[in-house]
Design a protein around this ligand. Structure first.
Ligand SMILES: Nc1ncnc2c1ncn2[C@@H]1O[C@H](COP(=O)(O)OP(=O)(O)OP(=O)(O)O)[C@@H](O)[C@H]1O
Ligand SMILES: [Mg+2]
Length: 175
């Protein structure tokens, strides 16, 4: 069973391959309803309806030397944890992937190393805006101000622990 951070890395790599200039990753947990939700949206080239219809088939890929298992595996992981998987895409506009897990389900994968995933994405693709939000709460405005710059990179998180490695990364709130 793979950690969710690795599934998220795969989904974000799909977005990079689709030439996204902005990728937004949001993880939210809702203990009252026992849900953990992951959303990854991008503004890349999107998919036409035919491609979108095939995207959950194992071994469907438009890449050479690739297996085409990224999407089927996260979809299966969500379903094994009594959750749901959805993907929406519009050609020329972008793609949104949503995976919902039952938070307390014994087969729910661990979130894993999200700091590692976000840092890998930022370090490898400084030209892409990577937004990371966890917990659904924003940092205070002046905290963000102190760290903001005109740099194109961006990330945000509510957990101090996962923010520490991003000290060199500019933080900005887009909403
Ligand atoms: N965000 C996206 N934007 C545009 N096309 C996408 C996106 N995500 C997936 N696709 C399309 O769906 C196909 C299948 O994606 P999937 O992640 O399952 O496999 P893969 O990326 O081709 O291979 P693997 O993930 O195993 O390396 C991709 O090859 C691509 O054509
Ligand atoms: Mg993939």
């Amino acid at each position: 069973m793979e950690d969710l951070s690795l599934h998220i890395l795969d989904i974000a790599e799909n977005a990079l391959r689709a030439h996204a200039s902005r990728i937004e990753i949001v993880i939210s947990s809702d203990s009252r309803n026992d849900l953990l939700t992951i959303e990854v949206s991008d503004d890349g080239k999107g998919m036409d309806p035919d491609t979108l219809a095939k995207v959950r088939d194992p071994f469907f890929t438009t890449k050479r030397k690739k297996t085409g298992l990224g999407i089927p595996l996260i979809a299966q992981a969500a379903e094994l944890a009594e959750g749901k998987f959805a993907i929406e895409s519009t050609s020329g506009k972008g793609t949104r992937v949503k995976a919902v897990f039952r938070l307390s389900h014994i087969d729910r994968p661990a979130v894993g190393d999200m700091a590692g995933t976000v840092l890998t994405l930022i370090a490898g693709h400084p030209e892409v805006d990577i937004l990371y939000e966890e917990g659904g709460m924003a940092r205070s405005a002046d905290w963000i101000q102190r760290r903001s710059s005109m740099n194109s990179r961006a990330c945000r998180s509510t957990s101090r622990q996962s923010l520490q490695p991003y000290e060199q990364c500019s933080i900005r709130i887009l909403s």
